[in-house]
Design a protein around this ligand. Structure first.
Ligand code: ASP
Ligand code: MG
Length: 404
């Protein structure tokens, strides 16, 4: 039995028309002699509506009943898909998380899957049926319904593919795949045919529209290859797999960018152990996400400057926390509200020398000033003024031959 897991996101099942269209996609795999397991999300907007209901009835809605409520969206979508397949002459039935069962921990609202019992699904597949499994939900050891976190029907699909040892896992969504960069910023952005888990995770600004990033991480840990593609177009999507499977001559796979970042420099903080920790401790306590951090070497051995970036939305709160912080002293604080991080990403850079130079050179040719630099094994990021982003992305896209 060659098993394929087909996952449909909210917009792919967002209307009766869409459900009819994805039924055709499902049938096309049945005709190719695949044993098809469908995983569906709720119709788009449904989960939000359910959350709103819980808030309207009271503040502090009970966590366990919250999961019962939220899981209802997937139940509706699955019944509609299955009912439509039956109408078209195919054997099908819906499976809620507890019916599979998909066993989870007890952390309501954000549970992790412990185990998926595959017997019921396999039996149904062997009888020629197409199971339609509710994404985003499971059951815990107290027989209570749990949910797996927002966007987690991707997670369900990856884990079903793992436990059923599926040959293929395809995530159908409303975008064509992962693009080399944001097409709204650079119109010659191209679809990436194949990408590694690590690159996909690094390309969060591009990848997040495509798939929930925790699920990419779960796929990576379990070595599940998957494709992301559109249910609205018949074009092939992006394959996501481990590095070894990629025979690519490109040094760079994609260029990601952030919008609405801000930069803060604290001038003249003491150069001694524990200062950086004292600065950042209140931010972490208040869930403020700090991105890039640079500390200069101290010229006079007494004090130094620390620069960091964060989301513009968090800037005011951060400045307040800094002023309240009695553990540090400094001369002044400088801020820049309109900065963006542009990153080039690619496993190819590990083995190719000169990538950093080529990046800096292309930016300098366009007269773009680099404010902060940071690097990891497969990513080089620069912070620049937001007005320069379009120019920078276009120069880098050409430099690393992503237009072709
Ligand atoms: N319906 C759930 C949500 O909106 C799960 C999903 O769409 O993946 O978060
Ligand atoms: Mg989704």
């Amino acid at each position: 039995m060659k098993i394929v897991v087909l996952k449909f996101g909210g917009t792919s099942v967002g209307s009766f028309k869409r459900i009819r269209i994805i039924s055709k996609i499902i049938i096309s795999y049945i005709k190719k002699k695949y044993a098809v397991v469908v995983v569906s999300s709720a119709m788009s907007g449904e989960t939000n509506k359910l959350i709103k209901k819980s808030k309207e009835i009271c503040n502090n809605f009970d966590k366990s009943e919250y999961d019962v409520l939220l899981s209802a969206g997937e139940q509706i979508a699955c019944a509609l898909i299955s009912g439509n397949l039956i109408r078209l002459g195919y054997k099908s039935r819906s499976f809620m998380g507890w019916q599979v069962p998909i066993l989870t921990d007890t952390n309501h609202g954000n549970s992790k899957i412990n185990y998926i019992q595959k017997n019921n699904l396999i039996k149904f597949l062997k009888s020629g049926g197409t199971p339609i499994v509710a994404g985003f939900q499971g059951v815990n050891n107290k027989f209570k319904i749990t949910t797996l976190g927002r966007g987690a029907s991707d997670y369900t699909a990856i884990m079903i593919a793992k436990y059923l040892k599926a040959q293929k896992c395809i995530i159908y969504t409303d975008v064509e795949g992962v693009m080399t960069t944001d097409p709204k910023v650079y119109k010659n952005a191209k679809k990436i045919k194949i990408i590694s888990y690590e690159e996909m995770l690094e390309m969060s600004s591009l990848g997040s529209k495509v798939m929930q990033s925790n699920s990419v991480q779960d796929a990576r840990l379990n070595r599940i290859n998957f494709d992301v593609r559109s249910s609205f177009k018949s074009t092939v999507g992006t394959s996501v797999t481990k590095r070894k499977n990629i025979k690519n001559n490109k040094v760079i796979t994609g260029i990601s960018l952030t919008k609405n970042d801000a930069k803060v420099t604290i001038v003249g903080v003491k150069d001694k152990p524990g200062i950086a920790a004292s600065i950042f401790e209140p931010f972490s306590r208040n869930n403020i996400n700090i991105d890039m951090v640079v500390q200069n070497i101290s010229a006079n051995r007494h004090d130094t400057d620390i620069t960091f970036t964060l989301k513009q939305d968090d800037l005011n709160k951060t400045l307040k926390l800094l002023k309240l912080n009695k553990k540090i002293t400094y001369r002044k604080i400088l801020i820049d509200k309109n900065v963006s991080k542009v990153s080039i990403i690619g496993v190819g850079m590990i083995t190719t020398p000169g990538v950093t130079y080529r990046m800096f050179k292309s930016l300098s040719r366009k007269n773009i000033n680099i404010l902060v630099i940071s690097t990891s094994e497969i990513k080089i990021s620069v912070l620049i003024k937001s007005i320069n982003v379009k120019k920078a992305v276009s120069a880098l896209h050409k430099e690393f031959k992503l237009d072709k």
